[in-house]
Design a protein around this ligand. Structure first.
Ligand code: ZN
Ligand code: ZN
Length: 364
């Protein structure tokens, strides 16, 4: 084993190396700003009206893009609350037991008081050895961050951060604005790109910036569009990238649509209930990241066969009761409980007996 000193040097070097992709993106963005604003708009465009409109629209998109990128990078991923960590006595108890089944018994006893509904493939309680905690639903241990991350989507090297519950909305906006940024540059640069090939541009260095600007913006547009469309689909289905690869396992078995509440509610779970916050990179996701409302059925709620989709009356009834009255603690689900259209704290819950297709995150 390497001495701890050299290990910390290695870790320090790794931390520096992880910033290289972010630096690479930052340099490309800085160059694109110089090429678009100075070389294209100021140096090459002669029409003042066109110049002003391009610069105005460009700067609005640029600010939103950089803001969303900044938020995705610097928003700390959320870790499980202390309720999910093992107490000192539980740790001791667990260490004393060497049989897997006895350890599971202890974990099951602790999990009884927590809103945990997913299991491992073998049906065991999901436990993180490294963090010594019971993993909340949708939480995974990130080997790069060396932490358990709430609703972990993936570890993104381009933002040198884990994308999860705390910054998934920012990541979506980052994809949307960067795509818009590239599409806007491609569209407005096109006519000058054509002029380059017809030799109608003045023979200055600006023409090479115009050429590379078009190539890079159109290339990034294609890759960003495919990534953005994929994540839009994930949002509509209420799946993380990890869950799209491996479906979550509930007590009743594997259910890839276990967290899906229908497209509109799935979208609002990430972007919030207030339309004005949807395009802005400020946190507005609903819930506490530790517990999630779910339809514990194998049916997709977006399918017409589901009563939610087929019967407007039952859909209306489900509207108010879709979310648990107390997902974990009222204070932890501020966003959830402060949304009257999503919860009715005193309303009776629909139970499987009254409607077999709906089963809510409520402890029996
Ligand atoms: Zn962990
Ligand atoms: Zn990570």
């Amino acid at each position: 084993m390497a001495p701890s000193g050299s290990r910390s040097i290695k870790k320090g070097c790794q931390r520096v190396l992880y910033w290289i992709p972010v630096l690479f993106i930052a340099l490309i963005v800085a160059w694109s700003y110089y090429a678009y604003v100075l070389q294209l708009c100021i140096e090459s465009i002669e029409d003042t009206g066109e110049k002003v409109i391009y610069l105005l629209v460009y700067h609005v998109i640029f600010i939103m893009f950089v803001w969303a990128y900044w938020q995705t990078i610097f928003t700390r991923p959320m870790n499980p609350l202390k309720e999910f960590h093992l107490s000192y006595s539980d740790k001791e108890l667990l260490e004393r037991e060497d049989r897997g089944e006895s350890q599971q018994e202890i974990l099951r006893r602790i999990a009884k008081d927590l809103p945990i509904y997913t299991r491992t493939n073998s049906g065991a309680i999901r436990f993180c050895d490294r963090c010594q905690l019971l993993k909340p639903d949708r939480c995974h241990h990130c080997s790069v961050c060396d932490k358990c991350i709430l609703k972990m989507d993936h570890h993104c090297p381009w933002v040198n951060n884990c994308v999860g519950f705390s910054n998934y909305k920012f990541f979506m906006l980052f994809l949307a604005y960067s795509l818009l940024y590239c599409l806007f540059i491609t569209a407005t640069d096109l006519q000058y790109f054509i002029k380059f090939w017809t030799n109608s541009l003045p023979d200055t260095q600006a023409k090479f910036h115009i050429l590379f600007l078009f190539f890079s913006a159109s290339m990034f547009s294609v890759s960003l569009a495919s990534l953005f469309i994929y994540h839009c689909w994930l949002v509509c289905k209420n799946r993380s990238t990890l869950e799209a690869v491996r479906s979550p396992v509930f007590r009743h078995g594997i259910d890839k649509n276990g967290f899906s509440l229908g497209c509109s509610k799935n979208f609002r779970q990430v972007f919030g209930d207030e339309l004005k916050y949807w395009p802005i990179p400020v946190f507005s996701s609903l819930g506490d990241g530790c517990s999630f409302p779910t339809c514990l059925v194998n049916l997709d709620p977006e399918q017409p066969s589901s009563p939610m989709g087929s019967n407007p009356a039952s859909k209306g009834a489900a509207e108010g009761r879709q979310f648990p009255t107390k997902p974990l603690r009222e204070s932890q689900s501020r966003l959830l409980t402060s949304t009257p259209s999503w919860t009715e704290s005193d309303s009776p819950l629909l139970l499987p007996s009254s409607n077999p297709s709906l089963y809510f995150l409520q402890k029996p």
